[in-house]
Write a protein that binds this ligand. Structure first.
Ligand SMILES: C[S@@+](CC[C@H](N)C(=O)[O-])C[C@H]1O[C@@H](n2cnc3c(N)ncnc32)[C@H](O)[C@@H]1O
Length: 275
């Protein structure tokens, strides 16, 4: 299974950005960690794995609930930060740098969770087959993944605002290609999980407003250019940041006012299944 492009991406600039922005990203994505934990209801002593754990926010929530957590991520810099955070809190969570589509836990897990860490596999059904093989019979899987880009204003609005300055509209990824919106179609999620032997698959919508980071319109505009589809388009097309930032600042001011927060529509799936 060739996840080398994602390996390079998450160990390169994207990993560095996620390390640098870890606190702000965690604040922004906290509602989804809460939704996953509420659905999985971890009990003290249960063994859990966090797939694509990044800087470990969800792993740490499970560890605080008393679960024995192992977070797995392909990104060495993010795993290093996750370990530091666990140590700082004196939590026993373990972290492994590994490709979750190949890695297996030493002991079968009762819980597998993920917050936006399962949409990057080159061969999703094979990856989920491997994850299921690491689970105890009846083990619970709960993860959050994005609904399509078209219903995620937080990602779409920055692109729409920057469009006059892009050389071309970012091409939609080919169907099935790894990326943040790869599981946007709930039918795809259901078929990947059934094909890989999971049962009782349930896909529920999470729809609401997500507060973007930034104490000022400038900071929010910087964040919009740093993370998400606009960041990728600007890097791919070598776009000058200054005019894009000016347009984003003006748009953020319209949305939020100079000191107000920027809250944009977000839509995810909360997916549950049993091993
Ligand atoms: C959008 S980030 C989410 C990080 C974290 N779950 C969070 O919510 O903060 C996606 C994560 O998936 C990880 N990832 C991508 N492909 C992976 C793979 N094959 N195995 C393990 N982790 C992977 C990336 O390194 C990255 O940390």
């Amino acid at each position: 299974m060739d996840n080398s492009a994602q390996n390079d991406y998450w160990n390169g600039p994207a990993g560095q950005k996620w390390v640098r922005d870890a606190e702000r990203l965690d604040a922004m994505l906290r509602p989804f960690a809460i939704a996953v934990v509420d659905a999985v209801r971890p009990e003290a002593g249960e063994t859990a794995i966090d797939i694509g754990c990044g800087a470990g926010a969800l792993s740490l929530m499970l560890a605080r609930a008393g679960a024995q957590v192992t977070g797995v991520d392909i990104s060495a810099p993010l795993v290093q930060l996750a370990r530091q955070r666990a140590d700082a809190e004196g939590l026993g969570a373990q972290f492994q740098v590994a490709d979750a589509s190949l890695w297996r836990p030493a002991e079968l897990a009762q819980i597998a969770v993920s917050r936006f860490g399962v949409m990057f596999f080159a061969q999703p059904a094979k990856a989920f087959h491997n994850i299921r093989a690491g689970m105890a019979p009846g083990g619970r899987l709960v993860f959050a993944c994005w609904q399509p880009l078209a219903v995620n204003e937080w990602a779409l609005l920055p692109i729409a605002t920057a469009m006059p300055f892009l050389k071309e509209a970012p091409a939609p990824p080919p169907p099935g290609a790894p990326g943040p919106f790869a599981f946007g179609d709930n039918a795809v999620v259901e078929s990947v999980l059934s094909e890989s032997g999971w049962s009782g698959v349930r896909v529920s919508p999470w729809e609401g407003l997500m507060e973007l980071p930034g104490a000022s319109a400038e900071e929010t505009a910087d964040f919009m250019m740093e993370i998400g589809p606009l960041a990728r388009a600007m890097a791919d097309q070598g776009i000058d940041a200054a005019p894009v930032k000016a347009a984003l600042v003006a748009r953020v001011r319209e949305l939020a006012g100079e000191t107000g927060s920027t809250r944009l529509k977000a839509a995810a799936w909360i997916v549950e299944a049993r091993a």
